[in-house]
Design a protein around this ligand. Structure first.
Ligand code: MG
Length: 464
């Protein structure tokens, strides 16, 4: 009896090894919209309950210093999808910060996306949710390496119907689906308008679970980009009134439920050893919406600016077959690193005919090293470097409030903060560390000289 158990165990572990060797891992990126650094239980929120994300973090790797590629939606998504800061792709602008329904531009065909790299490796590729890299057919996910697309192609507050509901911000405080005329698309067709947003998180989740089952025998890439918790806030009726944090908390708890459904589907199909899942957010919390926006926790400011609250976001990596459980790291990582990391996991080479700003994190997340290959991060606002971080130090060359009418304020010498001692960026230590200031000025200067931005796609508009 004992012998047969041993044999079975050996056979089972051999099968697991053979399975891992036979196929590259599935890759799933779950991307929240405007979720703040402090909005999850495992990042310290006192009244939003996120048991699924907390469990995902404890079974995987949680990053305390994880950065999205920009502080607003479109450039952040361009950075994630291409591994390049948005100005390199023409996806940033100081005149129009994101794409709008009137925009004629979008992510250009010659950009190489994560989906294109993985598709070439035989992956099934699915985009679900918010795209915001161009809503015209030539810019949609199906033109950028995805086999399928189901989602609202831009932000859920666009296409506001001015005649419906209260004026201005009041519409956001008592949101109703019919105040916004957002399209829901399947492939390149609009299948519902206005999109029924109270069930959108649930339907995106069902779509992801469907593909996990359908594609279980081949490698797949699922990009699940929720429209929420971007305002206007909507959630399924099952989540109404659940959270002590109010409507915003309900929305986060539904996204947490969604993460649980996705991980459970992966387990049910026996794919947990063959899948790597990332969870993060596209930018910090939209603080101008008060309790309808999230929390940056101990960080200063939120969405739209280059202070930490604008770009430091929750970051969790999960993959029981590859990523050791229970690690919490303060090393640097970014959504810019997803493309080189996905390429390495899939056995592909990232493009060599262009500059990438991302790093391959494979050795780091799999526990072969404690050090991230990323030692620097540049905070672009629109097309300019406003700040740079290297190691624990961050220098601000320019500051500006997220959405205020103020003009940019230049700092010479730059402001300098030690983010280990001072994550809230309160105490300028530039005068105590002139050598660090000099090093960071040089670093930003080299980056700036090496980035020649093409004309911005965001300024290409058709305003009637
Ligand atoms: Mg956003």
């Amino acid at each position: 009896m004992r012998k047969s158990i041993v044999l079975l165990t050996v056979a089972a572990s051999f099968a697991a090894v053979a399975s891992a060797a036979d196929r590259p891992p599935n890759i799933v990126i779950i991307f929240a919209d405007d979720m703040g650094y402090g909005d999850l239980g495992c990042y310290g929120h006192p009244s939003i309950r996120t048991p699924n994300l907390d469990r995902m973090a404890s079974q995987g790797m949680r990053f305390t210093d994880f950065y999205c590629g920009a502080s607003v939606c479109t450039p952040s998504r361009a950075a994630l999808m291409t591994g390049r800061y948005a100005p390199r792709c023409g996806m940033a602008s100081d005149k129009r910060r994101v794409l709008f329904p009137t925009s004629k531009g979008g992510l250009q065909a010659d950009e190489v996306t994560i989906a294109e790299i993985l598709k070439k490796q035989g992956y099934a590729t699915h985009a679900i949710g918010k795209w915001h890299l161009g809503h015209l057919p030539q810019y949609l996910p199906t033109s950028h390496g995805f086999d399928t697309y189901f989602g609202i192609p831009y932000s859920n507050d666009m296409d506001r119907l001015a005649a419906k509901g209260p004026k201005g911000r009041a519409a956001f405080l008592e949101p109703r689906v019919e105040y916004w005329n957002c399209p829901l698309m399947r492939g390149t067709e609009v299948v519902e308008r206005p999109a029924e947003q109270t069930t959108i998180t649930r339907r995106y989740t069902e779509e992801a679970v469907k593909f996990i089952k359908q594609d279980k025998d081949r490698p797949f890439f699922i990009y699940l980009a929720h429209n929420l918790p971007h305002v206007p806030l909507f959630r399924h009726k099952e989540f109404e009134g659940r959270s002590l944090r109010g409507l915003y908390g309900d929305v986060i708890e539904e996204i947490d439920w969604s993460v649980g459904q996705v991980l459970e589907a992966i387990r049910e199909q026996g794919l947990e050893k063959d899948t790597v899942v990332w969870f993060t957010s596209d930018n910090g919390p939209w603080l101008i919406f008060n309790d309808h926006g999230g929390s940056a926790g101990p960080l200063f400011e939120g969405k739209g600016c280059s202070w930490e609250g604008g770009q430091r976001v929750p970051g969790i990596a999960w993959g029981p077959g590859r990523i050791p459980a229970g690690r919490i790291t303060s090393e640097l990582a970014s959504t810019l690193d997803f493309l080189p990391t996905a390429a390495a996991l899939a056995g592909a080479k990232p493009p060599t005919d262009r500059t990438l700003d991302g790093y391959d994190l494979t050795a780091f997340i799999t526990g072969k090293t404690d050090k991230s290959p990323r030692d620097r991060f540049f905070y672009y606002r629109d097309e300019a470097i406003y700040a740079v971080r290297q190691g624990p130090y961050k220098a601000h060359f320019t500051t500006r409030s997220a959405y205020g009418p103020d003009k940019p304020v230049k700092h010479d010498p730059p402001l300098l903060f030690h983010l280990g001692v001072d994550p809230g960026e309160k105490w300028n230590v530039a005068s105590q560390h002139p050598d660090v200031v000099e090093r960071l000025i040089k670093l930003a200067g080299e980056q700036d000289a090496g980035l020649k931005a093409p004309p911005s796609q965001l300024e290409n508009e058709n305003i009637k």
